[in-house]
Design a protein around this ligand. Structure first.
Ligand SMILES: *[C@@H]1O[C@H](CO)[C@@H](O)[C@H](O)[C@H]1NC(C)=O
Length: 186
């Protein structure tokens, strides 16, 4: 039996309306909107090399303990304003400061959670910063931490930092750490 054309059109029309209604009430978990990015900027890769001085003792410590749990070291947290220098000596040229926190994040090993902004003051990077959020097992020779963003010349930054402890004083906990940072940005 053939349906009259007009009835067929009404049925098809109703199905369309109904399926639109269903997808509206269900919502969408994700949507992709093609956006044409018209940018005159090109992506750059920058390498940075500097030394991080974490001084816990003396007259002017650059890192202070802000949380001291009673039971164990787990949770111990330090706030830092550590100088970043061009060479391994604290007296070498200051290129920036590591302003942030690190905290003991493991109950069984020595592992730090690093939440830091590396604010630069030298050359073209003066006023620009990189944000680090990562896991740092300081007893390992080389640790890798993600660069999750940046500001100024480092807008849209992403990359990684490789850190190696050059000197460590077990008594105070002070350290000098060499950093190689590779960052992609606009
Ligand atoms: C950083 O790079 C220099 C030069 O390539 C290298 O000698 C040094 O071992 C590297 N350090 C780290 C922590 O990656």
């Amino acid at each position: 039996m053939a349906l009259p054309l007009s009835l067929l059109i009404i049925i098809l029309f109703s199905i369309t309306i109904f399926s639109t209604y269903i997808s509206t009430i269900n919502g969408a978990f994700s949507e992709h909107n093609p956006i044409a990015l018209t940018t005159t900027h090109t992506q750059k890769t920058t390498h940075l090399h500097f030394f991080f001085h974490d001084t816990l003792d003396g007259k002017n410590p650059s890192a202070v303990r802000i949380i001291s749990p009673e039971k164990s070291n787990f949770g111990t947290t330090f706030m830092t304003d550590d100088p970043l220098t061009e060479g391994p000596e604290l007296t070498s040229k200051l290129v920036g400061r590591a302003q942030g926190m690190y905290a003991s994040a493991s109950q069984h090993d020595v592992v730090l959670l690093m939440v830091m902004n590396y604010a630069f003051i030298e050359g073209i990077y003066r006023g620009s910063s990189l944000s680090v959020l990562g896991r740092n097992p300081p007893m390992e020779d080389v640790r890798e931490m993600p660069i999750v963003g940046g500001s100024g010349l480092f807008r849209f930054a992403r990359g990684y930092a490789l850190a190696h402890t050059l000197w460590f004083d077990p008594k105070s906990g002070s350290a000098v750490v060499e950093y190689n940072v590779t960052v992609i940005h606009f």
